[in-house]
Design a protein around this ligand. Sequence first.
Ligand code: MGD
Ligand code: MGD
Ligand code: SF4
Ligand code: MO
Length: 706
Amino acid sequence: MPAEQKTHYRACNLCEAICGLEIKTQGDQVLSIKGDKNDPLSRGYICPKGVAMQDIYSDPNRLRKPVKKHGDSWVEISWQEAFDSVAEKLVAVQEQHGQNAVAFFAGNPNVHNYGSMTHAGVLRKAVQSKIHFSATSLDQLPHHLTSYSLYGHQSLIPVPDIDHSHYMLIIGGNPLASNGSIMTSPDIPKRLKAIQQRGGRFIVIDPRRTETAEIADQHLFIRPGTDAWLLMAMINTLFAEDLVKTGHLTDLLVGIDQVRSACESFTPELAEQYSGVAAEQIRQLARDMANTEGAVCYGRMGVSVQVYGTLCQWAIQMINILTHSLDVRGGMMASSPAFGYIKPGESGAGHFAAFHSRVSGLPEFSGELPASAMAEEILIEGEGQIRSLITIAGNPVLSAPNGNQMDKALAGLDFMVSIDFYINETTQHADIILPPTSALEHDHYDIAFHRFAIHNTARFNQAVFEPAQDSKHDWEIFNQLGLAIAARKGVDAKPLPSPDQIVDYGIQCGPYSAKAGHELELTLDKVKQHIHGLDIGPLEPSLPQRLCTADGKITLMADYIEQDIARLNADQPLIEKDEFLLIGRRHIRSNNSWMHNSKRLVKGKPRWQLLMHPDDLAAHQLQDQSQVRIQSRVGEVQTQVLASDEVMPGVVSLPHGWGHKREGVNLDIAAEQEGVSCNDLTDEKLIDQASGNSALNGVPVRIFAV
Ligand SMILES: Nc1nc2c(c(=O)[nH]1)N[C@H]1C(S)=C(S)[C@@H](COP(=O)(O)OP(=O)(O)OC[C@H]3O[C@@H](n4cnc5c(=O)[nH]c(N)nc54)[C@H](O)[C@@H]3O)O[C@H]1N2
Ligand SMILES: Nc1nc2c(c(=O)[nH]1)N[C@H]1C(S)=C(S)[C@@H](COP(=O)(O)OP(=O)(O)OC[C@H]3O[C@@H](n4cnc5c(=O)[nH]c(N)nc54)[C@H](O)[C@@H]3O)O[C@H]1N2
Ligand code: SF4
Ligand SMILES: [Mo]
């Protein structure tokens, strides 16, 4: 008898959009994956990656058992042996070289997996090292630092109230490809078009005419890395033209005059010289922000992951604040999630520069050092050198700057363990790999992204399949490895209860609980009854009562911002003659470095080429579709160039996450793909100096014919 057909509803956890899926299965086969029309947030939207969830589940290259390196090959070992050996090796390194000789690198999928969010602490506590790195400092660290300093909590990050906006300025984000970031906003094409349908407009500022720019009311090209001048000039205009209004936040704002004087020298004319955006245009952007009810200025990767990342994010907050677009309908508002609602007294507010990295003296943020410093901390000898590494759902060889240096650093470690289910460019350096279950085999409640959602919902996602026999979830690995390490050190350690117990507890302490006197009297069980997700309602103004700063106010200026403004004042245009500025590129069918083993996603037109403006090709005697050599301070790669007037002259674009043709990588389909790693060119010394975040956009490169 054939197995029964079943229909499951769960959210996709691949990107921040958390789309609801309708998954039909029979036995251990997926029959179909479609958008869940009844999901109150995603409303049936789905992208090609959601359908590819099944390819991860069925991927023959995905590890199902712990493996140990044996010469050039890998052998399966039992969980018991794996935990014992890892504990033995890590503790031995710490006994010989000190606690901080073991470091952590945590990658992006951790925040898409509730068990990793709730349980990684068990392992961290057992290891007792203070050296932590993560993808945060390759990505959104400027947002956390800005929210920490303005609003008193690193996770109190306001998001666009896009469903009610009448004007949206998108700077350095391509939500049509990324599906939104620090803006959980599935179904983004319809949501952006809805702005236009209600008579509003949205504008994109980007060095590339992106998919989002194509459907925008206006697209402005900008030279990479020069957004800070433009944003400062917008603030300058708000003051100069007497457009500043701060509404209900007025009494909470400290230091407006300091902002005014800090921006005095940054005129639109100066900004034009740097950015290439006309001065009158910059003035108009400021006027439109100020004169439209429900306006919002939003900036992402292109303005965070560049040399002025923190200053840009600060300036974006200033623009929203000074046009009374913060904490108002249609502007920027903080979400009110059922779990992880930020209010005064909430833990995890953050801290900054409590210590610095050994080699380059980069500041920590909330206990993490910038990922740009990781390779040198491993490679450079001396007291405090990293000898051993734990990677958790991360691929720094492809995702961090100067990938070749990272590769070399990892190869020289005394011991490395990876919690990951693929043998890829990074994990191939591990001595032992501990593979967790894949997403369809475990329950999920989105801890991270309900928090940044443009509409408040709650959704529990039941596992679709039974976990494979003798497999473990990430959270079980954290519990059990943590305990094994603690036992070996002779210290007390307790495993944490399951993630859903922790989430239930959090929801019952949250804003919709009986305890809070809310009519929903929400518990996890009640959330579970809503198999498509529970609609809690639109975002509401809430900032004044949620500020976590000591005085309950918003202090606009900070020392590190003043220093950065001074740096901007003294800066010269970055570019030398014959140099190009390299930027990245995301595509709807690709997900960072790890979804290229899905045939369904990589098929069709290749997407890893370098894009260059036709005039630049001609000026450099290069041919469309020819091979070119791209050279930066740290490295060189060779790839195919495509002529494209999507990118502005002087700019070239290469996506990250490619370059799987390497010895030791066990990804059959990915390894067939051409394409090189853009991070073999990005430079670990090019950082946002305020936060230490990597500057992966706007990297100077030279290009030669092959
Ligand atoms: N040049 C350039 N570089 C970039 C970027 C860019 O725009 N340009 N973007 C940056 C950004 S925003 C990010 S977030 C980083 C991402 O950087 P990373 O997080 O380092 O890299 P990923 O490609 O996301 O790799 C994820 C790894 O997690 C594993 N994995 C997937 N799911 C799970 C799971 O559930 N559990 C476990 N244990 N493992 C899992 C995968 O097999 C893979 O090895 O890259 C950054 N690098
Ligand atoms: N399909 C897909 N979706 C994803 C991911 C993925 O890999 N693939 N990754 C996920 C992750 S981890 C993240 S963090 C988000 C990122 O989400 P987004 O930030 O929306 O994604 P990007 O496509 O990197 O958009 C950055 C934009 O900035 C532009 N840019 C580059 N340099 C500059 C500059 O100096 N100034 C300005 N103004 N613009 C610049 C680029 O051309 C690009 O269009 O996407 C998430 N979603
Ligand atoms: S946009 Fe695509 S990858 Fe992102 S959550 Fe939705 S289906 Fe998944
Ligand atoms: Mo990211």
